[in-house]
Ligand binder design. Structure first.
Ligand code: CU
Length: 166
């Protein structure tokens, strides 16, 4: 009996030491661990869903021109962020269109550039200049071409889109 107790005691002591080391090195303790696993599970739920839906889900797939929303008849276009999605996300606009992003930029910093392998790559030449604060920014897109954009916090989980300027 006494032996079993001391064995258990020794084991739990060893476990606790390991726990302490983990919590110390991740520097967020249980909180950051919980957040990470929540993000991971929502990511896998998302990719499973988007694989099944085949393109309907506004998940991490790149925009496809053929499926982009045609807003070329509008002189002004607004893209809002809904949670971690932009709406509309993939659009076609006419050259000269004023595109306004409405989004809490502090929580969803807007960047012009492409997402490659889940990583946002800022394009310094993009007409969409970095936005880190405020809730509204308007860009007049004069040059024909594609203008990809993303949220620097959530690009890896699908918060990005493309504006085709025609
Ligand atoms: Cu975001």
């Amino acid at each position: 009996m006494a032996r079993a107790y001391s064995l258990v005691g020794g084991l739990s002591f060893a476990l606790c030491v390991a726990c302490g080391d983990d919590a110390g090195s991740s520097s967020g303790g249980g909180g950051s661990g919980g957040a990470t696993s929540a993000a991971t599970s929502s990511t896998s739920a998302r990719s499973a869903k988007s694989t099944g839906a085949g393109g309907d889900d506004p998940g991490p797939e790149p925009c496809v021109l053929a499926e982009a929303e045609d807003l070329t008849g509008q002189a002004a276009v607004t893209i809002t962020s809904e949670g971690i999605n932009y709406e509309p996300r993939c659009v076609r606009v006419a050259a000269g269109t004023a595109v306004t992003f409405v989004s809490p930029f502090q929580m969803h910093p807007l960047r012009g550039g492409e997402v490659v392998d889940g990583q946002g790559v800022v394009d310094p030449a993009s007409p969409i200049t970095p936005q880190n604060s405020g809730t509204e920014a308007t860009f007049t897109l004069d040059e024909v071409g594609d203008v990809p954009y993303f949220c620097s916090f959530h690009a890896s989980i699908g918060m990005f889109g493309t504006i085709w300027v025609e």
